[in-house]
Design a protein around this ligand. Structure first.
Ligand SMILES: Nc1ncnc2c1ncn2[C@@H]1O[C@H](COP(=O)(O)OP(=O)(O)O)[C@@H](O)[C@H]1O
Ligand SMILES: [Mg+2]
Length: 393
């Protein structure tokens, strides 16, 4: 049983919550009307979960502000904090999440949203790691198209979803018509453009509504059916990723082949950046230019891993050339496996299902293992972020 404390000025609301939801899943060990009152004794209850009403009025003392959430996180390092508030701006929600909340529920709290939050905390508590926010984001990028970014992103996400019970999201971050839809033969009603437009509504139930679940449990959020009128704003992409990070354990991003601010924000947010190039001089030079563009925009180059796609299709281009031109050791090379990839695309099935024993599948499984073995680089990134370093309008 999870031990829950509730800090909420509306006693009626938490009494109702306790009756309808908490009973059976958890026990309410303490209830407080004000956050100042809670600070006096809350630590003695050693709760697993605290459901806390929040406000964006920074001067408030009775209702928790983002800084009160930060203080609660410090006071209760083992406790998962679920914030509940009215529909605030996305900036406020992110502030609260950064302060340490694992979830933001809109008020009035709906039973199903609280149940989902409780289930999530329960999962974490049963796991071996007490770390609550442990999402790892892998961005797959190539400065030019046709190199195999989408193929690799889909296959890697499928492998990750197949081999674990972790929640994996494949995110196709593009404003142009989706390729992932074609590759997987799916036609989702919503796209990443809807998520970015509705960022203020992105709670657990909205996210579950906007993604589609593939057969193996992989969540997929594709690019739109048509062309979006403008590029995605970097700031909104960053916000979306911050929110998604609280809901998934691994996010694989199929990036567009461009240096637009939305793509740069995703590359900045990722913990691992797979920089793909084809084994030819032009593509490797583009990869070298990409790496210097990352450095210029302040993207951490140490997370960039050079990957050659379709190894041995190029003549005399190998790891040595990558090292010399890009300045990075070759991290991985995928084999040229045209027959399997084209048959997978033509059948609208991922390689994991269409050609599970193909050369490319063996290679991507190896890549997934190598990535997992690297461990998780710290999720805490030094601020200011790229977004602040770039000059936004
Ligand atoms: N490892 C590979 N071997 C052979 N063909 C590949 C490989 N990866 C991708 N392809 C093929 O290359 C084409 C472009 O792949 P895609 O994944 O759409 O690239 P991108 O997203 O970089 O534009 C597709 O026809 C795909 O089947
Ligand atoms: Mg693509």
């Amino acid at each position: 049983m999870l031990k829950v404390v509730v800090i909420d000025s509306d006693t009626g609301s938490w009494t109702a919550l306790r009756r309808t939801v908490i009973e059976g899943h958890a026990t309410a060990v303490a209830e407080y009307e004000t956050v100042s009152e809670a600070f006096l004794t809350i630590a003695s209850h050693r709760p697993d979960l605290a459901v806390v009403e929040v406000t964006d009025d920074a001067a408030a003392t009775d209702v928790a502000t983002a800084s009160a959430i930060e203080r609660l996180t410090r006071t209760l390092p083992e406790t998962a904090i679920v914030a509940s508030g009215p529909i605030h701006s996305a900036e406020f929600v992110i502030q609260v999440m950064r302060a340490g909340a694992v979830e933001y529920l809109r008020r009035p709290i709906e039973a199903k949203d609280l149940s989902a939050a409780l289930a999530k905390v329960g999962r974490t508590r049963r796991g071996i790691t007490p770390e609550v926010r442990s999402c790892h984001t892998t961005a797959v990028f190539s400065p030019t198209g046709g190199v195999g970014v989408t193929t690799l992103a889909i296959t890697l996400a499928m492998v990750l979803a197949d081999k674990s019970t972790r929640r994996v999201l494949l995110l196709e971050l593009d404003t142009r018509p989706s390729d992932v839809m074609t590759f997987l033969d799916i036609s989702p009603p919503y796209s990443v453009a809807d998520a970015i437009r509705n960022i203020d509504r992105m709670d657990e139930s909205y996210i579950q509504g906007v993604v589609v679940k593939y057969d193996n449990g992989l969540s997929v959020l594709t690019a739109p059916h048509g062309v979006e009128p403008g590029p995605f704003e970097g700031e909104r992409v960053q916000m979306m990723l911050e929110i998604l990070r609280a809901h998934f354990d691994h996010i694989v991003i199929d990036c567009r082949h461009d240096y637009d601010t939305g793509t740069l924000a995703a590359l900045d947010a990722a913990e691992t950046l797979l920089l793909l190039s084809a084994p030819n001089v032009g593509s490797i030079r583009s990869a070298a230019a990409a790496l210097s563009a990352f450095r210029q925009t302040g993207i951490d180059a140490s997370k960039v891993k050079a990957v050659i796609s379709r190894e041995r299709t190029g003549v005399h281009v190998d790891a040595k050339h990558v090292k010399q031109t890009v300045g990075l050791p070759l991290f991985w090379a995928t084999p040229n496996d045209y027959a399997s990839t084209v048959s997978a695309i033509n059948n609208g099935r991922p390689l994991t299902a269409a050609a599970p024993r193909s050369k490319l599948m063996v290679s991507v499984r190896g890549l997934a293992e190598k990535l997992a073995a690297m461990g998780k680089p710290s999720a805490s990134k030094s601020k200011p972020s790229l977004l602040r370093r770039l000059s936004w309008k």
